[in-house]
Design a binder for this molecule. Structure first.
Ligand code: EPU
Length: 417
């Protein structure tokens, strides 16, 4: 288990370059099994989930070369093998092998996916989608066995615009005869990133990024090439850090269209920044104002930035409210935030109130999940004294090179095993 130690309250200046998006990359890699031979994926982040996905790809006899944030994937000798629990449980995204292998072989066997413990996180919408395409789904001793003699394109209506289900059904639909239509699809940028990769391989997909996606099944897939979009959640996290501690902190690789709801909220609380192309410059904001935030699916305020934003709001004068509508268990960070001096109260199952401004002080804390860990990391950066964040592996799951990036701009931060 790793521990991050931070001596807080130092202004940060210099440049931070945003890495490729975790939630795109983790879908693009399984999607590469559909390619006939070779794929290239650029701008891959250096995070734990990628290491585990590479292990799964190698288990399936893909040849992978990983250098300078680029993955060269040769899936010409791909074999369909069961994915064991010690790999599938390491991350949520292992479920993308369901859609990809189902499309390719008509059969998948894998253990339950893992991921952060932030709610129940069922995958019923994925399963229902596979079944509607003609697959049979059995669960035997914690293993999914999904089989289909033939997949047939259908119109599928999602009860909720799930990101994972949208991508998974998009992948499975490639192996189906005819056209699949997903209604009430998720519109997150990650879906557009994956669709572009598939289109580049020769798949006909229309409407990715809208509520209605059409996919034409095909067996003729070429080699694929794509670049991972820059990570909007990592970007938002560093913007928050800049608003609290920046001294002309420069953030490069910003796609502002992916962050509109978040940037609107920053404006509402009084944060100022300048943006030119993909470069944003930000300095510490005095006199932050409170706000109300409701997390929503894209293009609404992203749930993944809710916990980092909570730390920002501990510094605003007055009472803020956060309403979390995507996950039922995403306030676990507030226990340790309060131990550091914040005043937050969970006022109902999905509502949090935050009273500020509060001076935070360093202490020993535990990262319970990825974004909760990021929230504590930001708290540690602004706190007086030293904070030790135990279980910080969960932070490394989503923030590429986080120690180096923060050290380079002047943070006093180290990581130990
Ligand atoms: N849901 C269901 N049934 C399903 C699928 C989802 O009830 O079959 C529910 C979930 O329980 C949750 C909500 O729908 O309450 C949203 O789930 P969604 O499927 O959209 O999320 P996901 O695909 O599991 C991805 C990201 C998450 C991010 C969400 C929402 C990956 C690997 N994970 O999860 O990222 O929060 O979309 O944007 O892409 C993170 O990066 O910290 C993270 C948790």
């Amino acid at each position: 288990m790793t521990k991050i130690t931070i001596e807080g309250n130092n202004l940060l200046s210099g440049e931070i370059k945003i890495s490729g998006a975790k939630n795109s990359a983790v879908a693009l890699i399984p999607a590469a099994v559909l390619s006939k031979e070779k794929s290239i994926i650029y701008n891959v982040p250096e995070i734990k989930d990628i290491e585990y996905l590479i292990k799964i790809m190698e288990l399936l006899d893909c040849k992978i070369e990983h250098k300078n944030n680029t993955l060269y994937i040769d899936s010409s000798n791909l074999k369909n093998k069961p994915i064991p629990e010690d790999l599938s449980v390491q991350m949520r995204a292992s479920y993308y092998f369901m859609g990809a292998l189902l499309a390719k072989f008509g059969k998948v066997e894998m253990s339950f996916p893992g991921g952060c413990n932030i709610g129940a996180r069922p995958i019923d919408i994925h399963i229902k989608g596979f079944e509607q395409l003609g697959a049979k789904v059995e669960i035997i001793k914690n293993r999914y066995i999904i089989t289909a003699d033939k997949l047939i394109g259908k119109k599928i209506y999602f009860d909720f615009p799930s990101v994972g289900a949208t991508i998974n059904i998009m992948l499975a639909a490639i192996g189906a005869e005819g056209t699949t239509i997903i209604e009430n699809a998720a519109m997150e940028p990650e879906i557009v990133n994956v669709a572009s990769f598939l289109i580049n391989m020769g798949v006909k997909i229309r409407g990715a990024g809208t509520k209605r996606i059409e996919i034409e099944g095909t067996r003729k897939l070429n080699n694929g090439i794509c670049e991972v979009f820059s990570d909007r959640i990592e970007c938002g996290t560093y913007i928050i850090i800049g608003a609290l501690l920046g001294k002309n902190l420069t953030i490069k690789g910003v796609i502002k269209e992916h962050l509109e709801a978040f940037l609107m909220k920053l404006k509402e609380v009084g944060v100022k920044y300048s943006i030119n192309g993909d470069t944003l410059i930000i300095s510490k904001t005095e006199n932050l104002k409170p706000t109300y935030i409701k997390t929503l699916v894209f293009p609404g305020f992203p749930t993944d930035l809710q916990q980092p934003f909570t730390t920002l709001l501990t510094q605003a004068t007055g009472m803020s409210i956060i309403e979390e509508t995507i996950y039922e268990n995403r306030f676990k960070n507030t226990y340790d935030l309060n131990r550091m001096g914040a005043i937050t109260n969970i006022i109902s199952l999905n509502k949090l109130e935050i009273k500020g401004p509060r001076k935070l002080h360093g202490t020993n804390v535990i990262a319970t999940d990825l974004r909760g860990g990021a929230s504590l990391l930001i708290a540690a950066l602004i706190a007086e004294g030293t904070t030790e964040i135990e279980n910080s592996d969960v932070i490394l799951r989503g923030y590429s090179d986080v120690i180096k990036k923060l050290e380079n701009v002047g943070a006093k931060i180290k990581i130990t095993e």
